[in-house]
Structures are given as structure tokens and as C-alpha cells.
Design a binder for this molecule. Structure first.
Ligand SMILES: [Fe+2]
Length: 326
């Protein structure tokens, strides 16, 4: 008798915040708890997750539940299908909806950035990002949303979390600038994808601790152009492309890739640049610690006044202080 080669593959699980299990919505995946050193079935696939389930988890201080990795695609589909409804459901507390927004964007962005692309964004990923942008813009437009999302903004740097932060800040300033819905959507998409070209920059350069050599700096400077080429096949408008291509331009013409000056840099792009600089300063990088908000804003005002739009700077400060973020 031969030895069976069909050994059962170990089942793997991934953690999910209980807040992502929406009450009264049917999930096509099973949910497990980690109890006594083992995964224990909590709700079965096809079963509604009720308010009662949520209460029990809350009462027991459960911070994470688990879904089998083989059901990840079903879980993601479930989140996307329900996101719009959940975010706009005013019967749910705003801090719960903020967490849902942050977790859902995290799932999609992580997929885009960690999916060993790096040649192009897949059409299916793009439509998921576009859907997130559409749903979250309506959510972020609500009063107090930025303040409610603020606690989730982490200070550890990852390219995709940085993109989410830049998106959140930029959309808040777009809305404070009275931009219309179409432009807010197109430029919000650009903000969320602005650094996607970094997927083509070798990690050893991106995460280098010491100062960069001239040639390493040149490699990093290619990321806006890489970003646009990765999106070339997608249904994107010029507004979105401009945000990806020009977010490192500076008012005094010393930026890249085109060396554009002043008003030739489109307004939404100047807003994204401001958010980009602010988030870079206030999150920890391999080569620098996170700066407190007030210090970061002082540095921008004193040392970058030739490079950034100071009218937008003032609007940015007003938006942050309105959300108690300074
Ligand atoms: Fe960038």
C-alpha cells in the first residue's frame, strides 16, 4: 500500500473586525472565533449576522473574528456590496461607519499594492477602487466625518495607508473648496491612486534608512510616470491622470516630472500635494519619526512657502482644525 499524497491542506484564516459584520445582512462566508487555542464556528455561511451577535462580541470584548482564507473573495464582495448602504445609514453611529470606511478601503488598497502587480492595475481592482471612492465621498461630505475618521489615521507609514490618508484629507479640502461632485470623484480617485507607481520602485530604495544616492533619487522620481502608465488601459479622465502625474510639482517650478509652475499646476493637484506633504511629515518613515501636526504645519509654512500654495495651506489648516486634528 502506498502512502497517500493527499494530505489535507491546513486551513488558514484571516482576521476581520466585528464592525465589518453588518447587522441583518446575509454573508456567504462563515465566521469563526478564536477560543481555547482553536477556531470555533460562530455564524455559518448564509446566516444573517444579527445585532444580537454583535452585542455578544462586544460584551465579551472580542476585537477580532476570523474568516477562512478560501472565502476571502466572498467576504470582499460582501463588504463592497454593502458599503454604500452602511456608510450612509445614519442609524449607525458615525464612529462605527468611520471604522467600516477605513477597514473597507484598507482591504481594497492592500490588494492593489500587495498584489505583485507591478505592470498594471487590473480592471477589476480599478472598479473596486472607483466604487469605494464614490461611496466614501458621500460619507465624507457629512458633517463631522473627518473628525470621526481621524482616530483611524495611523502614524505608521505604508504606501497604501498613505494613499488613503491623502485621499481623506484631499476630499475634505475639495469639499471645502466647493468642487462639484464629478471633479471631486475624479480627483478623489487620483488622490487615492497618486503613489501607485511606487509599486515599480524597488523596496530597498523605498525603505532605505540612510540618505539616497543621486541615482536612487532619480529612480524614485519616476513613480508618477510609472503610475500613469500602470493606469493607461483604465477608463480614467484627465483630471485623475493629472493628480497621479503632477502631485510632485512645486509652485516655484522645482518639482517633477514636468517642472510646472504656479497656476499651470491644476488646483486639485495642489491640494493633493499639500495633503501628501502633510501626511509624509506626520507619519513615521524608515528615515524619520512622525512629526506632531502643529510642527509639521509650521515647517510647511516656514520652509515650503515658495513650493506650496499658501491659500490652500490656510484652507487645509481650517479643515484640520474644524475636525479637531491639530
Ligand atoms: Fe508621490
Amino acid at each position: 500500500m502506498g502512502i497517500s499524497t493527499h494530505a489535507a491542506r491546513p486551513v488558514s484564516y484571516f482576521p476581520v473586525s466585528p464592525v465589518m459584520l453588518f447587522p441583518e445582512v446575509l454573508g456567504d462566508f462563515s465566521v469563526y472565533l478564536w477560543q481555547g487555542g482553536d477556531f470555533v464556528l460562530y455564524t455559518k455561511s448564509g446566516q444573517k449576522f444579527t445585532a444580537r451577535h454583535r452585542q455578544v462580541l462586544h460584551a465579551n470584548g472580542v476585537k477580532e473574528v476570523y474568516v477562512q482564507s478560501s472565502e476571502k473573495a466572498l467576504y470582499e464582495l460582501y463588504v463592497e456590496r454593502n458599503l454604500g448602504t452602511i456608510l450612509l445609514d445614519e442609524t449607525l453611529p458615525i464612529d462605527v461607519r468611520s471604522q467600516v470606511f477605513y477597514e473597507a478601503s484598507n482591504v481594497v488598497m492592500q490588494d492593489i499594492f500587495d498584489h505583485k502587480l507591478p505592470s498594471a492595475i487590473r480592471a477589476k481592482h480599478f472598479s473596486r477602487v472607483a466604487e469605494i471612492v464614490k461611496n466614501s465621498i458621500r460619507f465624507l461630505a457629512a458633517e463631522k466625518s473627518l473628525a470621526a475618521v481621524a482616530p483611524f489615521i495611523s502614524h505608521d507609514y505604508k504606501t497604501y495607508t498613505h494613499c488613503m490618508h491623502v485621499f481623506i484629507y484631499s476630499v475634505a479640502v475639495f469639499q471645502a473648496s466647493g468642487m462639484n461632485d464629478t471633479e471631486t470623484f475624479e480627483c478623489g480617485l487620483g488622490a487615492l491612486l497618486h503613489d501607485v507607481g511606487k509599486a515599480k520602485v524597488p523596496r530597498r530604495i523605498l525603505n532605505k534608512r540612510g540618505s539616497l544616492t543621486q541615482s536612487e533619487r532619480e529612480v524614485i522620481k519616476e513613480h508618477p510616470v510609472h503610475g500613469v502608465s500602470m493606469c493607461a488601459h483604465l477608463p480614467m479622465t484627465q483630471n485623475t491622470i493629472n493628480c497621479i502625474l503632477f502631485h510632485h510639482e512645486k509652485l516655484d517650478g522645482t518639482g517633477y516630472p514636468a517642472g510646472l509652475k504656479g497656476d499651470t499646476i491644476p488646483l486639485p493637484v495642489r491640494i493633493i500635494s499639500m495633503a501628501d506633504i502633510y501626511d509624509a511629515l506626520t507619519t513615521a518613515r524608515p528615515y524619520a519619526e512622525a512629526m506632531p501636526p502643529y510642527e509639521a504645519l509650521t515647517l510647511i509654512r516656514h520652509e515650503m512657502r515658495e513650493e506650496v500654495d499658501m491659500t490652500i495651506f490656510k484652507r487645509f489648516v481650517a479643515v484640520l482644525s474644524g475636525a479637531d486634528m491639530i
